[in-house]
Design a protein around this ligand. Structure first.
Ligand code: HEM
Length: 216
């Protein structure tokens, strides 16, 4: 049955064509579990995206209702606490796996040509993941989230020359408030995930074209 559905989809969309060699490509001889870390980071990303989509059904990105919507999600929605915890944990694991993956790549010297652009793409992906973590931290709209964002955005104010401009850009005004919440919500749920997906596509495309490096 599944085979029938796959063949039907393939006839319409020609899905197998570009991925024909994907499962039969050559791999380095000395593979070890550390080569799975990139895939584990991507799995954590998928998990955080799936739980984030579920959270967005109940979360209200407004200064008046954000905190209450999180409390309600946690206490009154079936398995809401679980979805929220998985979202938080998968986001943390994404950072851990990405750092370990980058360390594996560094130790194997896979940042050298021809993979230098892929190294840069990965580094940009890591910056975006950190932006996602920072913007997501404000969304519960409790005291901890509020003051962390006051401090975090305040640090941008120390930038020589452009400090004042940067703080207003991040906060949507002189203080952290509803405008900041909406800005961070938009970045966290739309802008950053969209940019990350483009980075992931480029990253995986290069891995596929260049193959996995042979290690040390
Ligand atoms: C942002 C999250 C990331 C994901 C989901 C991801 C995923 C992957 C995957 C699945 C692979 C192929 C298998 C493997 O080697 O593990 C890979 C390879 C690679 N990644 Fe990442 N990566 C990420 C971040 C990074 C970072 C931060 C860097 C470096 C700064 C990086 C640099 C590379 C390089 C150079 C390769 C090729 C490695 C080789 O050929 O041995 N990646 N990545």
């Amino acid at each position: 049955m599944i085979d029938f559905i796959i063949r039907l989809l393939d006839r319409w969309f020609k899905l197998r064509e570009p991925h024909r060699n994907f499962l039969s490509r050559a791999l380095p001889e000395k593979l070890n579990p550390a080569y799975c870390l990139g895939g584990m980071a991507f799995t954590a990303f998928l998990l955080s995206a799936a739980t984030g989509l579920l959270l967005s059904i109940y979360y209200v990105p407004s200064g008046k209702e954000a905190y209450q919507s999180i409390v309600m999600l946690h206490n009154r929605i079936w398995l809401g606490w679980l979805v929220q915890s998985v979202h938080k944990w998968s986001a943390n694991l994404l950072i851990v796996f990405t750092l370990l993956h980058a360390a594996r790549v560094f130790i194997h010297k896979a940042y050298r040509p021809p993979r230098e652009l892929n190294w840069m793409a990965g580094a940009l992906g890591f910056v975006l993941i950190m932006v996602s973590g920072f913007t997501g931290y404000l969304l519960p709209w409790d005291q901890r989230a509020y003051w962390a964002t006051v401090v975090g955005t305040g640090m941008a104010g120390k930038t020589p020359g452009a400090g004042g401009f940067l703080v207003r850009l991040l906060r949507g005004g002189p203080e952290v408030g509803s405008a900041t919440l909406l800005r961070f919500y938009s970045l966290h749920t739309l802008w950053v995930p969209f940019m990350l997906l483009m980075i992931f596509w480029a990253h995986f495309h290069m891995v596929k074209r260049q193959g996995i490096s042979g290690g040390m």
